[in-house]
Design a protein around this ligand. Structure first.
Ligand SMILES: Nc1nc2c(ncn2[C@@H]2O[C@H](COP(=O)(O)OP(=O)(O)OP(=O)(O)O)[C@@H](O)[C@H]2O)c(=O)[nH]1
Ligand SMILES: [Mg+2]
Length: 306
């Protein structure tokens, strides 16, 4: 097949939680596709984000942060992240200059090294750090651990610093290849997944301590009504009875806020009116329950099988 110089490939993000993987993907995509928060372990599934231009198609693979799992959900997440690197054309390995290097970064470095896939090391959040020496020491340490790093770029996913240079480097490193996805497709995930993520994002933004991480969102019903309104019924899972009133809030104020903000995002994305019905369900220790996880993390199941 003649590709006429069209370039394409899969570009996976790798890094510990909270380094800015999802923020970077949204910045490179030029629109919000994946959810972001200031709390670690926001991303729980692999999400392909597709950027198509005249001469190339980049499929960014967002992944959960690689960490030492405590619960079963963490094991799923790390498995998903590691498996998402298999067979990709390029890896973007992100470190966080603000947080410095930790054991998880060294673990990621080892995984990246083993993959033998060409890797760009991204030294992120440089907007927060003036200490050049610190940045250099971090960079050298990681470079010494991952022999497949072909380039290192200091970036800020938040301010956009050096992102056009990064995009050009990605394109340069991609092979000639086919257009994998239709040009108007921005993610491989179904509407249900995107909607559940937008709801979960609001919980991450509005609640604190153990609440965001104890919460999960499942879409129970999604249908278009005759009047064109998109009807969504979603269940928010929490782990303990005591967490339910926190999600609901005083006189229902918290769940109302979650619903309002999520609805706005969903309406914008789907360009139609949305009716969002939210329920809170206590699911005892759901994060260690494989039956529930296989449902909530359903989008990874084939991924995990080798
Ligand atoms: N100052 C600054 N903050 C950043 C930058 N990039 C990301 N952040 C912030 O870092 C936090 C984490 O960003 P995410 O994109 O959710 O990080 P992630 O790596 O996807 O995290 P997980 O999904 O938990 O693995 C958010 O509060 C972002 O706004 C940056 O370049 N500069
Ligand atoms: Mg993320």
């Amino acid at each position: 097949m003649e590709n006429n110089g069209f370039k394409s490939g899969f570009v996976a993000l790798a890094g510990k939680p909270n380094v800015g993987k999802s923020t970077l993907i949204n910045a490179l995509m030029g629109q919000k596709v994946v959810i972001v928060s200031d709390k670690p372990q926001t991303t729980r599934n692999r999400v392909n984000c597709i950027l198509t231009e005249d001469h190339y198609q980049i499929v960014f693979v967002d992944t959960p942060g690689i960490h030492k799992p405590i619960r079963k959900i963490g094991e799923y997440m790390v498995n998903i992240a590691i498996n998402a690197l298999k067979g990709v054309d390029l890896i973007l390995f992100i470190i966080d200059t603000k947080d410095g290097l930790r054991n998880s970064d060294l673990r990621v470095a080892e995984i990246v090294d083993k993959s033998k896939i060409p890797t760009i090391l991204l030294v992120n959040k440089v907007d927060l750090i003036k200490d050049k020496e610190k940045i250099n020491l971090m960079t050298e340490k990681i470079q010494s651990l991952s022999s497949n790093i072909v380039k290192t770029i200091e970036i800020s996913a938040l301010t956009g610093k050096n992102l056009s240079e990064l995009k050009q480097s990605i394109i340069d490193l991609l092979p000639e290849g086919p257009q994998y996805y239709p040009e108007d497709m921005i993610t491989d995930k179904p509407s249900r997944f995107i909607i559940s993520e937008l709801i979960r994002e609001k919980i991450f933004h509005l609640t604190k301590e153990e609440i965001p991480h104890s919460s999960g969102v499942v879409i129970e019903e999604l249908k278009e009504r005759e009047n064109g309104v998109l009807y969504v019924r979603a269940e928010i899972y929490v782990e303990k009875k005591s967490q339910k009133p926190i999600i609901i809030g005083k006189n229902g104020s918290m769940i109302k806020k979650i619903g309002q903000l999520a609805r706005q995002d969903i309406e914008e994305l789907f360009e139609r009116k949305v009716y969002l019905d939210l329920y809170v369900k206590v699911r005892d220790k759901w994060r260690d329950n494989e039956n529930i996880l296989n449902n909530i993390m359903e989008y990874k199941v084939e991924e995990i099988k080798d």
